[in-house]
Design a protein around this ligand. Structure first.
Ligand SMILES: Nc1ncnc2c1ncn2[C@@H]1O[C@H](COP(=O)(O)OP(=O)(O)O)[C@@H](O)[C@H]1O
Ligand SMILES: [Mg+2]
Length: 352
């Protein structure tokens, strides 16, 4: 156990590593975030791939999460991304609090020089929604909240576009962490889908409609007291809402593939998710063409999560092959609606 009560007489290092408890406590004291003699309990949280994520429990009972962006992601292949993206996450936290109050943790402070921010910790007990889903079947209320939250972000993001577009116009993180590794890499691996993926990437780049989270995954959702809390906003940008739909529907449908005992429940959840989203979004003219584009984005993401740079870890080789074959059959003539996509995907998984 490091002695957190001592060691204050160093300057804050430029290469501060918040996973080093002594260094983090020294930093929090020297920057006046905590009192000079205060001794918090600090613990690294698991699950961070592109960030260091540390829980700080203060003696008064308050709990913070400090998040520091890494330049090199913790994945099997070499994958780099500028750590300045933590600034994007802080902007995301600020704006999501305005657009969808109570759905994200409160931002406490940010420090661009050390590529970190601090937010309120989601209180215990809480569960990661991905963990709950892998235990199946999905809770319909959680699914409805997931759809309503995305619909709210997209609807209000579009309404506030004059303010939002200039703030979130840069899409370089979205390009390097999503479009290239998902669609670009999968296109190289799967030539039969290359033209489809290139066209999909082009149409996603073309549509600049609203605030897009970019990482709208059950893994980035905690469930506390029955409410969903959304985390991890580093690829948020102004762009095409079809991407968030494709990315998130992929998680529900890949679990339908992975968990045959709950296949029908996950299929129903995917359709219910879409309906709640659409009812929350409303039928404004700017949403024309969104549903078929969301279907294509889902097909692209379903393929990318078995043939891209970031494959789903829970699918085995047979599961990956099943998913790939189903997608390749469907991209020949993509369905126009989400319910048709769900039916077609499930039928091909089950050999029906
Ligand atoms: N505010 C928070 N409260 C509680 N746990 C959190 C909070 N922020 C992150 N975590 C935990 O840390 C994990 C990784 O955080 P995340 O922001 O998703 O980082 P990464 O970008 O590396 O994926 C989350 O899955 C969650 O378990
Ligand atoms: Mg995450």
């Amino acid at each position: 156990m490091p002695d957190l009560a001592h060691g204050d007489d160093h300057d804050v290092a430029d290469d501060l590593d918040i996973e080093q408890p002594l260094a983090l406590v020294r930093y929090l004291r020297q920057t006046g975030r905590i009192a000079p003699g205060e001794v918090p309990v600090v613990r690294t949280l698991p699950g961070g791939v592109s960030n260091r994520v540390v829980l700080v429990e203060r003696p008064g009972g308050e709990a913070w999460v400090v998040k520091q962006a890494l330049a090199k992601l913790r994945v099997a292949v070499d994958w780099f991304s500028p750590p300045e993206r933590i600034g994007r996450e802080a902007l995301g936290l600020r704006w999501l609090t305005r657009l969808a109050p109570g759905s994200t943790p409160r931002l406490l402070f940010e420090d661009p020089a050390h590529h970190l921010l601090a937010m309120a910790a989601v209180p215990q007990p809480h569960a990661n929604w991905k963990t709950l889903l892998l235990g199946g079947p999905p809770d319909p209320d959680h699914v409805a909240q997931f759809g309503a939250l995305l619909g709210t972000i997209h609807r209000r993001g579009h309404a506030a576009r004059r303010e939002l577009e200039p703030v979130f116009a840069d899409r370089s993180y979205f390009e390097s962490l999503r479009l290239e590794p998902y669609f670009g890499f999968a296109a190289e691996r799967e030539p039969a889908a290359a033209a489809f993926l290139a066209a999909l990437g082009a149409e996603i780049r073309q549509h600049r409609l609203t605030l897009v989270h970019g990482d709208y995954s059950p893994k980035n959702v905690l469930v506390h007291a029955g409410r969903l809390v959304l985390l991890d906003h580093e690829v948020i940008h102004f762009g095409d809402p079809a991407f968030d739909l494709g990315f998130s529907l992929t998680h529900l449908l890949s679990k339908a593939n992975h968990l045959p005992a709950h296949r029908d429940a996950f299929a129903a959840a995917a359709t219910a998710y879409w309906r709640t989203y659409r009812d929350t979004l409303g039928a404004a003219p700017w949403t024309a063409g969104l549903e078929p584009r969301a279907v294509r984005a889902t097909l692209g993401c379903l393929l990318a999560r078995v043939a891209g740079r970031s494959p789903l870890e829970y699918l085995d080789a047979a599961g990956r092959d099943r998913q790939q074959a189903a997608v390749l059959a469907l991209i020949a003539e993509p369905p126009c609606t989400v319910p048709d996509l769900v039916r077609g995907f499930i039928a091909r998984l089950s050999g029906r």
